[in-house]
Design a protein around this ligand. Structure first.
Ligand SMILES: [Zn+2]
Length: 108
């Protein structure tokens, strides 16, 4: 009685690690599928917004990659470049400052 219980009771480390590997694979498949879906949705949403002119494209001054921001009221925008992590608002501000404004006070 006690002998058979001992045999079938606890799982061995080998069995557990095999199960863990299986779970890891399962999770990786799930994560991949979810990531692909999110990418598709993301692409769709931005394509829709772009069509409505609600997209702001900012070229990152640090890495030169284009960052896309949704121009929607109430939606918090990421201030970081998705490619390198540089602050995009800082980058935009510097670009705007470099453009000379017409009708400057000093000209009058
Ligand atoms: Zn960047």
């Amino acid at each position: 009685m006690t002998r058979s219980r001992k045999m079938s009771g606890k799982k061995t480390v080998k069995q557990l690690s095999a199960e863990l590997d299986e779970l890891k694979g399962e999770f990786a498949r799930f994560a991949n599928a979810a990531a692909t879906d999110i990418m598709k949705l993301n692409h769709l949403v931005y394509a829709m917004l772009d069509e409505q002119g609600k997209i702001t494209k900012i070229t990152c001054t640090n890495c030169g990659q284009e960052a896309v921001q949704a121009d929607i009221e109430g939606v918090e925008q990421s201030e970081q470049c998705p490619h390198c992590g540089q602050n995009l608002h800082e980058a935009t501000q510097t670009t705007l400052e470099m453009i000379p404004t017409e009708g400057d006070d000093s000209e009058e």
